[in-house]
Each structure stands twice: as structure tokens, then as C-alpha cells.
Design a protein around this ligand. Structure first.
Ligand code: TPP
Length: 876
């Protein structure tokens, strides 16, 4: 802030503005400011203005309003929650010492959470019309504490925090898979929560625009709201800020972030030499959000009222976060000495205050009244998303054991003296013995606190968080209606991408399922031949198409619609995946099953946004991921960064991801039908990853009798016999996806040139085969039978006939089945870096072409022959 050269003149200007607002209203005031700003720009004095406001609360005392809650009861409730959260973590660590957990984060966020829970987070009894709240993951103990007081969690469960294996435990962070009736959104991986929250708010609008969810008027009304409580350190994650401009662009006023600015992360200050709050204000301002700063508690109001010359404000603005932390870690005397005494004018302002009073000056994020005003304004602010920047203290109340200490994040235990001080500070009705034994505390059901807590939640509609997986079945149209062309392809040329897109187009026409499909692309629709969908279902854009598209006169013009169905996310795989998650969990979040189909360059999936896919798995997503132009040798020309050799292997590590590598259009059709039925009819919490290729080739018809085997991951495609079969010369060849054709060519050569009989199998999924075999192996270990049930892979590939498997992915993918075979398995794959060239050159280079397969097969055959005398001379 620059020095005031003429305070009297400044006062006159300010008084004039106040008078205008008082008589003509705020709109007129705003108009004058805009005019002034324009004039200032003309005079060339604006460019140096800071993109953030002064270091004070955005909502002045005059606009704060009255607090609708009972402050005393809420303070007592918050104290109890703080205690139980602390006790939960400390008990687990006293008993086991290795379980981890956090005390300091929730200690800093308790008031933020409680303002939300007591006054804003609305719910519906079934949980499917509730506000959607993304909780800072390591503040989970606070949410458990509340659920304990609400009677939703038992004391035993609290005692089992982070001890889940024996049952009745509580998971470390929000996990819908581990606590399926409680948590909705897994936020444990920092940065994904903020990104997902943006896309969740956007998807709510999408569902409303398409008439699938009840449309409500804008903010301040009863529209469902998305809230996210995140850490200031977490905002360093690129994903945290990746969705900000979309949120503003699409006017998501159904979205509020509350950033708990305790100025610390794990190792130290977020911005020791700067001010994270001001930095975040600039960032969010620039992105187009409404920013509300909640920096100082009510105790400061009188001081600011007397600070007419802004000496205090200037001192606060000059103080960097590292210093705020030191001030926060020390008492009133230290603060007087090291902060207030730095300027005699500032010192004058507090001259009448005792050290204890100085000590009692709270930060805004610990003040219910200030927080309430900010939350309320965010709900009644149309046209923009809101961020509340709440300044707090990490480890608030932990005293020397953690409050504003560098080590606060790691504090898992407090010694008895610190615990007693905590009790005294928050006036908890606990005896010394209760404190020493870390007893959980719950007031009786008829206490004023518990009655208040229930009354507030009842007024807001019910409890939160609450996950409800109940959703209606969506019937799946018969395969013949949409996939006949693929099942009965009869040698027609096409690629599997083309086939899948055509099936998608057909499914979109189904009156029941069609509207539930959410096609998603990240600027690659044309790459995958999906431009027809622009016309067929339109691209979702809240404001519709406000321009005449250049290609308006063509059949497949770029058609944007306010109720468009396709989500075109731009070059933004993380955003696309976040939309996919929102749609894939709509069955539980809204009781409205949707079917997201996200089609993308396969390399930019599990590799690029793998952690989001893992979060999707945690969140029990249901939908299709299409990894198109998949494989390392099939995407000719593109080279290293586009060629994917590993996605299927990564997919195999995700328990509820079913990964498929089909070679033929018919296989794609059968897999899609199966996935649709599993997810929409049987309502299994799984998602299907399907690789698709852009290589055109003649597609065979797919006989009905192989469908069942295909869905287990493997079916026998053909036996290629030489003119004079020799029982000693027999081999099994496994091919999948793009490389199946090379395998078939190799089989022909082996038969024609070498007299080898080849059984050719199409492997649609090595992970499916391996999973079944592993499950059966485990079953056999736990409940041995005389005749254990053989796995599918062992049934079709039993015996010792050597096997050669070739794939467009790394060898580890086919090797998933090696353990379950008696025969020797030789694998050919595409390990190493990719490069650009033609498909044929690439296949030769990686040795997955027909010739390499032929030579490998001969070698394997030779090795399998017992004595050297039976070597086959012509193999060399
Ligand atoms: C992607 C990721 N990286 C690292 C972590 C480990 N981690 C958990 S909490 C935390 C610090 C969080 O600091 P902040 O966001 O400021 O929250 P605070 O605890 O201070 O409220 C870290 C590094 C994580 N959970 N996720």
C-alpha cells in the first residue's frame, strides 16, 4: 500500500463514495468506480494496481449480518469434535505407533467444517439430492468425530481408526470403496478433489441442461451446491488450479471452495517469504472467481475501526507468512514485542490491551460469525464460483505440541501436559483421568449440544456425508439392434475404432439408454472419426452457439448446443477424466445412472491421468474408457510419446477395471454388450477399458459359440494345418488386438513352409484370464478339492504344447498368465521406447511382425523337443 500524502483529501473521496452508496445504492457506487477506473486507465495510472485487495476481511462489519446460530453451543460442539478427532489419532498411535493420522489439519479447520455442517451443507435423507462436499482428506478424523456425535459411528469404530482389516474400522481418508455408505469422494491424492469438484458442479449443470435432473434457478436458491474444503498447500498441485477457468467460464455459481489457509503444509510454510492468501486471491481473481477473504476474527473489529490511517492494515500487509507462523506459535507478549511495537502508531492502537487480550485476537477462519458471512455470500452470489480464503492456524489449540509449529503436520501424539492444556483451553468436561486415557467424549442424547446438532442437521435435510448406491436398472438394447454389422462383418474392412464409434452412434439412438450416454472427448473427436456425433447429439455449451460455425453448410458441422450431449473438453485429459468420473458415479451421487464413454489417445490415459483413473476406481465408477489408436506399433508415424505399450498392464493393476484388447469388430461388440449389462443391469461397480485400433482390415464374422470364451479372455480362433500334419510339430499361437493379424499370417507360414500345425487363439484380455486363474488358485489353497476347478486359461491351453504370445504391449502383459500354464510360454512384445515409422517397420523393429513370430515359434518348438537328435534341421 502506498503512503497517504493527503489523508484529508482521501477521506473526502471516501466520504463521497459512502454518501453515494447510502443514497443511490451500491450499483451506482459500482458505476462510479468503473468510471474512475476507466479514467485512471486513460491517465495511465492503473497498470500497477495489485490484482489483490488489502490484507483484511472482504466482508466488512457493516455487511456481516447477525449470526443465526447459538455461538456458545457451537463452540462447545466444535471443542468436543476437536477432542475426539485428536483422541482418535493419538490412541491409534499410542497403541500401534505406526498407523499415522493427522491432528493439526482438522484442528485448524474445525470452525470451517462446523459452519458448513450447522448452517450450509444441505442434505436429503437418501443422500441423492444432497449438496456435494469434498472434504480435505487428512481432516477425516473431524468428520468421523461429528458422525460419532450424530450417532452414525460407534465408539468402537472410532477406536478402530486406521484399523480396517478386522472389520468395524475407519479408513484413513475418504474412500467410497472402503466405507461405501459414508464417503462419496476420494480426495486422498491432493489436487484431485479441487479438480473433481469443479467438474462435478459442471456435470450438475449438464444434467439440468439436458433435462435429466430437475432444473433449479441460480445461486441463493435451492440449487444443489458443490463445496470443497481444501488446504492452501494443496493449491500448489497443478490439478488444483486446472479447472478454475472452466468454473468461471461456465458461471458455476453452484460451486464454493473454502481454502483453509493455515499457511503451512507438511514440511513448512506454504509461502514463508510471501503471502499465500494474496497469491491465491490474484489467481482466483484472474480466473474469474469471486474471492472472499476471511482473515481476522471479531476481536479485531474494534482495532480496525480505530485504524483510520490504516497503520495496522499496512503492518499486516507487510508481514510475510513465515513471520505470521512465528507470531502464531508465540504468546501475546511476543506478539506485542515483535509485531505491534514495530510501529509506534500501531502500538498506540493496542496500548490499552493486555497480553492475554492480544493472545485472544483470533484469525478469521476460527470465527463462526466471519465464516458464516462468507459462506452466506457465496450462496447468494450469482454468476461466478466463489472461493473463501480462510486464514487459520495449523494445530489450533495444540499449544507447544503443534500450534503453528513446523512439525505440526506430523504430530500424532500429545503428552499429558499438552492434553490437559488442550482440555482447559476448550473447556472440555473431562477429568484428568479421562484426558490421560484419551477417552472419547459424547454428551448425552438429551444434552443441549446433541439436541442442537440434530436440530441443525434436520433443518438442513439430513446427514452428510452419506453415500447411497441405489439406482434404477437401465435396460440394454439387444446386441442385434446396434452391433449386428460387427458380429456379421463377413470380411468387411474397417477398424475397431470405426466399429466402436458406429456402435456408440447406434446406442445413442436407443430411446432409453441413448440419453444416458455421455460421450467425452479431449479434442480428438475427428481423430477417431466421431465428427458425426457433433451433428447427431451436439456439443454441450451452456450458452449455446453464439456464432455461425465456418462449416455450417456441411453435413457434420461443429454444432454447439445448450443441451448438447457430447462433452468436448479441449486438450485436457484431466478435465475429461473428471467429467467421466462425475458421470460414472452419477448412479450413486444422483441416483441417476449415466454411461460415460471417454475416447482418447490411449497413451494419454493410464500414463497421463493414471491417478485420476485410480480415484475413479476408488469412487466405484461405472463407464467405458476407450483407449483409441492404441498400441505401440499401430499408431504409425507418431513416435515415442504417443505410442502406448503399457496401458493394459497398468489397467490390470486396478481391481475393478476390466481391460480388453479386442482384435475384431465383433469382439468389440460382444465386450461392449457385456460391459453394458454388467454396469447398467447387474449394477456392478466396475469399469471397462477397451483398446481400439485405427488400422483398417477385413473383419471376420464372430460365431455365437465363442462369445462366452471371448468374455473370459481367450477363445480358439482357428487351427491352421499343413498339408501333411505331424503330431510332433504343433504349437499354440496367442495374438491380440492389432497383432492378431500378424499371428495369423505367421500361422499360415508355419503351416505352409514348416509343416507346423498352429492353433491360433485370440486373447481378448490377459488380465481377465490371470484374475480368474489366481482366484481359483487361492480358492484351492483355502478349500482344497480333490479335483480343483480348472481355470479357463488352463482349460484352453492345457498340456505342454509350447505357446508363443505376441502383443502390441510390453511382454509383462501376456506374461500375466505364465504362472497358470504347464506349457512354456514365450512372449513377444513392444518393450522399450517407441519411435515413428510405418506400422510394418515398427512391428519388425519390435519383433512382433509375422516373420518374427514365425521364427520365435520355430525356436520354441525346437526347444520343446526333448532330445537334440530330434532337432528339426530345416528350422535353421
Ligand atoms: C498427491 C499427494 N501428494 C502428497 C500427499 C501427502 N500429504 C498429505 S497432507 C499434505 C500436506 C497438506 O498441506 P495443506 O494442503 O496445506 O493442508 P493442511 O494439512 O495444512 O491443512 C501432504 C503433502 C498427498 N496426500 N497427496
Amino acid at each position: 500500500m502506498t503512503m497517504d500524502a493527503d489523508p484529508q483529501e482521501t477521506q473526502e473521496w471516501l466520504e463521497a463514495l459512502r454518501a453515494v452508496v447510502a443514497t443511490a445504492g451500491p450499483q451506482r457506487g459500482l458505476y462510479l468506480i468503473e468510471q474512475l477506473e476507466e479514467q485512471a486507465q486513460t491517465l495511465g495510472i492503473v497498470p500497477h494496481m495489485q490484482p489483490f485487495s488489502a490484507y483484511r476481511n472482504s466482508i466488512g462489519l457493516d455487511r456481516q449480518g447477525t449470526y443465526p446460530g447459538d455461538l456458545r453451543i457451537e463452540e462447545r460442539l466444535t471443542a468436543i469434535m476437536r477432542w475426539n478427532a485428536l483422541a482418535m489419532v493419538a490412541r491409534a498411535n499410542e497403541a500401534y505407533g505406526e498407523l499415522g493420522g493427522h491432528i493439526a489439519s482438522y484442528a485448524s479447520a474445525a470452525e470451517i467444517f462446523e459452519v458448513g455442517f450447522n448452517h450450509f451443507f444441505r442434505a436429503s435423507p437418501d443422500g441423492q439430492r444432497s449438496d456435494l462436499v469434498y472434504f480435505q482428506p487428512h481432516s477425516a478424523p473431524g468428520v468421523y468425530s461429528r458422525a460419532f456425535l450424530e450417532g452414525r459411528l460407534s465408539e468402537q469404530q472410532l477406536a478402530n481408526y486406521r484399523q480396517e482389516v478386522g472389520g468395524e474400522g475407519l479408513c484413513s481418508y475418504p474412500h467410497p470403496w472402503l466405507m461405501p455408505a459414508f464417503w462419496q469422494f476420494p480426495t486422498g491424492s491432493m489436487g484431485l478433489g479441487p479438480l473433481n469438484a469443479v467438474y462435478q458442479a459442471r456435470f450438475l449443470r449438464y444434467l439440468q441442461a439436458r433435462g435429466l435432473l430437475e432444473k433449479r434457478s441460480s445461486a441463493g436458491s435451492d440449487e444443489r451446491h458443490v463445496w470443497g474444503v481444501f488446504g492452501d498447500g494443496e493449491m500448489d498441485e497443478p490439478e488444483s488450479i486446472a479447472g478454475l477457468t472452466l468454473a468461471a467460464r461456465e458461471k458455476l455459481d453452484n460451486l464454493t471452495f473454502i481454502i483453509n489457509c493455515n499457511l503451512q503444509r507438511l514440511d513448512g510454510p506454504v509461502r514463508g517469504n510471501g503471502q499465500i492468501i494474496q497469491e491465491l486471491e490474484s489467481l482466483f481473481n484472474g480466473a474469474g472467481w469471486k474471492v472472499i477473504k476471511v482473515l481476522w476474527g471479531s476481536e479485531w473489529d474494534a482495532l480496525f475501526a480505530r485504524d483510520t490511517q490504516h497503520v495496522l492494515l499496512r503492518a499486516l500487509s507487510r508481514t510475510v507468512d513465515g513471520q505470521y507462523q512465528t507470531l502464531g506459535a508465540n504468546d501475546g507478549a511476543y506478539n506485542i514485542e515483535h509485531f505491534f511495537r514495530q510501529d509506534p502508531e500501531v502500538q498506540k492502537l493496542v496500548a490499552h490491551m493486555s497480553e492475554a487480550e492480544i493472545d485472544g485476537l483470533k484469525r478469521g477462519g476460527h470465527d463462526f460469525r466471519k465464516l458464516y458471512a462468507a459462506f452466506a455470500e457465496s450462496r447468494s452470489h450469482p454468476g461466478r464460483p466463489t472461493v473463501i480464503l480462510a486464514k487459520t492456524k495449523k494445530g489450533y489449540g495444540m499449544g507447544g505440541a503443534g500450534e503453528s509449529r513446523m512439525t505440526a503436520h506430523q504430530a500424532k501424539k500429545l503428552d499429558v501436559t499438552a492434553l490437559l492444556a488442550f482440555r482447559d483451553r476448550f473447556a472440555l468436561p473431562l477429568s484428568d483421568e479421562d484426558v490421560a486415557s484419551l477417552r472419547f467424549y459424547k454428551p448425552s442424547d438429551d444434552s443441549a449440544e446433541i439436541r442442537y446438532l440434530h436440530r441443525q442437521r434436520a433443518a438442513l435435510g439430513g446427514f452428510l456425508p452419506l453415500r447411497n448406491a441405489g439406482a434404477p436398472v437401465i435396460p440394454v438394447p439387444p446386441l442385434s439392434a446396434w452391433g449386428d454389422f460387427a458380429i456379421k462383418a463377413d470380411g468387411r474392412e474397417m477398424s475397431t475404432t470405426m466399429a466402436a464409434v458406429r456402435m456408440l452412434g447406434n446406442l445413442l439412438k436407443d430411446p432409453t439408454l441413448g440419453p444416458r450416454i455421455v460421450p467425452i472427448v479431449a479434442d480428438e473427436a475427428r481423430t477417431f472419426g466421431m465428427a458425426s456425433l457433433f451433428r447427431q447429439v451436439g456439443i454441450y455449451t451452456p450458452e449455446g452457439q453464439q456464432y455461425k460455425p465456418e462449416d455450417r453448410d456441411t453435413m457434420l458441422y461443429y454444432r454447439e448446443l445448450a443441451d448438447g450431449q457430447l462433452l468436448e473438453e479441449g486438450i485436457n485429459e484431466a478435465g475429461a477424466l473428471s467429467s467421466w468420473i462425475a458421470a460414472a458415479t452419477s448412479y450413486s451421487v444422483h441416483g441417476l445412472p449415466m454411461l460415460p464413454v471417454y475416447i482418447y489417445y490411449s497413451m494419454f490415459g493410464f500414463q497421463r491421468v493414471g491417478d485420476l483413473i485410480w480415484a475413479a476406481a476408488d469412487q466405484r465408477s461405472r463407464g467405458f474408457l476407450f483407449g483409441a489408436t492404441a498400441g505401440r506399433t499401430t499408431l504409425g508415424g507418431e513416435g515415442l510419446q504417443h505410442q502406448d505399450g503399457s496401458s493394459l498392464l497398468v489397467a490390470s493393476t486396478i481391481p475393478n477395471c476390466r481391460a480388453w484388447d479386442p482384435a475384431h469388430a465383433g469382439e468389440v461388440a460382444v465386450i461392449l454388450e457385456y460391459g453394458l449389462k454388467r454396469m447398467l443391469v447387474e449394477q456392478q461397480d466396475e469399469f471397462h477399458y477397451v483398446t481400439l485400433m485405427n488400422e483398417n482390415h477385413a473383419m471376420p464374422s464372430l460365431p455365437e459359440d465363442v462369445h462366452a470364451d471371448l468374455l473370459k479372455g481367450l477363445y480358439r480362433l482357428e487351427v491352421v494345418e499343413p498339408s501333411a500334419p505331424d503330431p510332433a510339430r504343433r504349437i499354440r499361437l496367442l495374438g491380440s488386438g492389432a497383432i492378431l493379424r500378424e499371428v495369423r499370417m505367421a500361422a499360415r507360414q508355419l503351416a505352409d513352409l514348416h509343416g507346423v500345425t498352429c492353433e491360433v487363439f485370440s486373447v481378448t484380455s490377459y488380465s481377465e484370464l490371470a484374475r480368474e486363474a489366481r482366484d481359483l488358485q487361492q480358492l484351492d489353497l483355502s478349500q482344497p478339492l480333490d479335483q480343483p476347478r480348472p481355470s479357463h486359461v488352463a482349460t484352453l491351453l492345457g498340456g505342454t504344447t509350447p505357446i508363443v504370445a505376441a502383443s502390441d504391449y510390453v511382454r509383462a502383459w501376456p506374461q500375466l498368465i505364465a504362472e497358470y500354464l504347464d506349457a512354456r510360454l514365450v512372449t513377444l512384445g513392444t518393450d522399450g521406447f517407441g519411435r515413428s515409422d510405418t506400422r510394418q517397420q515398427l512391428r519388425k523393429y519390435f519383433a512382433v511382425d509375422a516373420d518374427s513370430i514365425r521364427r520365435t515359434a520355430l525356436h520354441a518348438l525346437e526347444r520343446s523337443l526333448r532330445s537334440p537328435s530330434s532337432r528339426l534341421p530345416e528350422l535353421h
